[in-house]
Design a protein around this ligand. Structure first.
Ligand code: OOG
Ligand code: MG
Length: 270
């Protein structure tokens, strides 16, 4: 007897390119019109979901955006429980999503944004995905506190694993604080993480919530980048994934504090 298929990968047929392109176009339109869309009626395999993500990125690149990094999602139990998804996912960051430290973000440009505290790493060298001995950690030179603004393009911020991958893992904005030399920043495995709004605590946790240690995301990232052919290039930012639940991003000044790493803020404005 064989086991029943358990993952979307196992049960979903590959979709035609035209179906994938249509889903990408719907997601792109939802983002630009700030009107959320329905989850696709097709059940996508994980591989197809990354194809949709690539084509969504292609639409952004055709408008002149440039990739500035990658982000990991669902690397903490807090996020998995909040969203009901329990597999690590990879998304792409572009220069248009970058927000300067301390800057204001117009909330009306987003659908139903949330914000979450993150740790960022910086790649100092390209990673050769086809080199079986590639070591990402050796290619990372700096760490920084970061905030991620997520904004699902789906109604009610609800999705399944494949649908959130297709939607570029809800990526909408990111803010990176001052970089510190990774080798001089000490043990990163259990640093207190705090997200405040106008000085009041909104979420608290520890970097230990991120796969036990935030540097472990680098291995997970390499596996996903190889499988779904996501280039990893010198200078790119890597968001390790939120250590706590995301909170609604509304008016006010949101700040992340990562003990011994630093702080950075962003303001929501109407
Ligand atoms: C998906 C993105 C998850 C993280 O840090 O875990 C993520 C979502 O929650 O909408 O960015
Ligand atoms: Mg995140």
């Amino acid at each position: 007897m064989t086991d029943a298929p358990s993952s979307p990968e196992a049960v979903s047929p590959e979709q035609d390119e035209s179906v994938l392109a249509r889903i990408a176009a719907d997601l792109d339109a939802a983002q630009s019109s700030r009107a959320p869309t329905r989850q696709p009626s097709e059940q996508l395999s994980v591989a197809d979901a990354y194809r949709v993500q690539h084509s969504l990125l292609g639409l952004r690149e055709r408008r002149g955006e440039q990739v500035s990094g990658v982000k990991l999602g669902f690397t903490s139990a807090a996020k998995m429980a909040q969203m009901g998804v329990s597999e690590i996912i990879l998304g792409r960051l572009t220069d248009a999503m970058r927000v300067l430290a301390g800057a204001e973000v117009e909330l009306g440009d987003l659908i139903h944004p949330r914000i979450e505290p993150e740790v960022a790493f910086r790649l100092a060298r390209d990673v050769d995905l086809d080199d079986p001995t590639a070591q990402v950690e050796a290619s990372v030179d700096a760490v920084a506190p970061a905030l991620e603004i997520i904004d699902s393009r789906y109604d009610d911020f609800r999705f399944n694993l494949s649908d959130v991958i297709a939607d570029n893992t809800s990526a909408a904005g990111f803010v990176v604080g001052p970089w510190r030399d990774l080798r001089a920043s000490g043990e990163l495995g259990n640093r207190a993480v705090r997200l405040t709004c106008d000085g009041r605590d909104r979420a608290t946790g520890s970097t230990a919530a991120i796969l036990g240690h935030p540097l472990r995301v680098l291995e997970a990232m390499l596996v996903l980048a190889r499988r779904h052919r996501v280039p990893l290039r010198a200078g790119q930012v890597i968001l390790a994934g939120a250590a706590t639940e995301a909170v609604p991003f509304g008016p006010g000044c949101f700040e992340v504090h990562v003990a011994g790493v630093g702080s950075v803020s962003v303001a929501g404005s109407r």
